[in-house]
Design a protein around this ligand. Sequence first.
Ligand SMILES: Cc1cc2nc3c(=O)[nH]c(=O)nc-3n(C[C@H](O)[C@H](O)[C@H](O)COP(=O)(O)OP(=O)(O)OC[C@H]3O[C@@H](n4cnc5c(N)ncnc54)[C@H](O)[C@@H]3O)c2cc1C
Length: 475
Amino acid sequence: MDHYDLVVIGSGPAGKSAALQAGKLKRRVLVIDKSERLGGVSVHTGTIPSKTLRETALNLSGWRERAFYGRSYRVKDNIAAGDLKERLHHTLDHEVDLLEHQFARNHVESLIGAAEFTGPNELNVRTSEGKSVRLTADKFLIATGTYTYRPDNIPFNGRTVLDSDEFLAMAEIPRSLIVVGAGVIGVEYATMFAALDVRVTLIEPRDTFLDYIDRFTIDEFTHHVREMGLDMRLGSPIEKVEDTGRHIEVSLQNGRHVRADMLLFAAGRMGATQNLNLGAAGLETDKRGRLSVDRKTYQTSVPHIYAAGDVIGHPSLASTSIQQGRVAACHALETPTLPESPWFPYGIYSVPEISTVGMSEEEVQQRGIPYEVGMAWFRETSRGHIMGLEHGMLKMLVSLKTRRLLGVQIVGEGATELIHIGQAVLNLKGTVDYFVESTFNYPTLAAAYRIAVLDAFNRMPIPEQYRVSPKSKKG
Ligand SMILES: Cc1cc2nc3c(=O)[nH]c(=O)nc-3n(C[C@H](O)[C@H](O)[C@H](O)COP(=O)(O)OP(=O)(O)OC[C@H]3O[C@@H](n4cnc5c(N)ncnc54)[C@H](O)[C@@H]3O)c2cc1C
């Protein structure tokens, strides 16, 4: 029986980064994944495919240029599912190739098969050829991610009623689409297909959506996507979904009906732990299949077994999973590392993008922090004019007492990249003065930071050291 320093179950972002870290520390590490190809949900059905699709949709539809050339402008007429998939296969192959190369270079071993615990330090792996491989390890990392939640009352058929894992395999682009669930995945796909001129209805049972994002920011986003033609039905619980053979019909509890060619059900995911035989390792999950861990070390209640990534729940992002996997591996292999920064960004790749870091205005108010708000609109920046941006905004929250940056919210082109400037200042405990003192490249969208800051700065008391004395005025 082979013995390892660390065995990682799952090759998504958390598993991958843990394994690479262990490899770099020259430990014997094995990654097990039950899917045919390494990379996890992130590479095959989640992050990378959806972002590739977004880029393809925006490029082929000419969406970014429509402010100049009009709403009827297209780079390609009659965009088909094949057009969207072509780039997808290319990107995915490249991602898997890169991952295999990284594993090989760092001496990370891999095994394709489904793993289950047979004891606290022992696993059995059923390979696709039907063989059983038994192995032991000092430490384990469970990074098995999630699978889609498929309630019984939704008539999934793999063609016109799909979950988010099946969605990208669609044979044809529908003329009309219903998306159920206004979480990140639902909002991203709904707006991407609206940009492709598909008639999209987004249904959400609750009155609000993306509740962890600043409300003003969500209002700005909602206004924009409604202008794009997205039909948003908030506060609309579903009574029934029917596949009539000719279309999909959703009956809402408020008595209204929505019909479309296709339905994407994107309301929830469950922790992929049901086949791990966790009882043999002394572990239990919550009712959504999730494991709880110490959020500093990622140890479960059984100290030599770690868990990271979506299987431990919020925030369930590839970005945070990568960090968690590395921290878990360092702790498991008794290697000192730096703690994670307190603020990580949220990136929502809808059309337009949303990205935030730090506190929302609601959170600042709840904490009772006296604050000032700075606003900038992308159309106020020269780069915004050059790019023909009609929409887009950056909102900044600043403490009146300490002058420290408290949060940044961005909606619009490049939001997920721009946010990192705010993140750096926030995590380095920087103040509003940094932006006032600094020169920014011109013309850039990043100039929106300076505009927003000056908006706030001009309403804030000037600190003593910046006051101009009569003497210095003369000089
Ligand atoms: C449509 C969509 C879009 C997304 N977009 C973004 C985005 O833009 N940005 C972002 O940061 N995040 C995004 N996410 C979230 C991101 O994909 C996840 O946070 C990330 O994939 C979680 O990584 P993970 O390491 O937990 O495992 P996963 O990527 O979920 O991979 C888990 C792996 O474990 C394997 N496994 C499960 N059980 C077993 C077993 N018993 N034995 C062996 N192997 C097993 C699975 O086969 C799978 O390969 C998106 C998700 C979806 C669905």
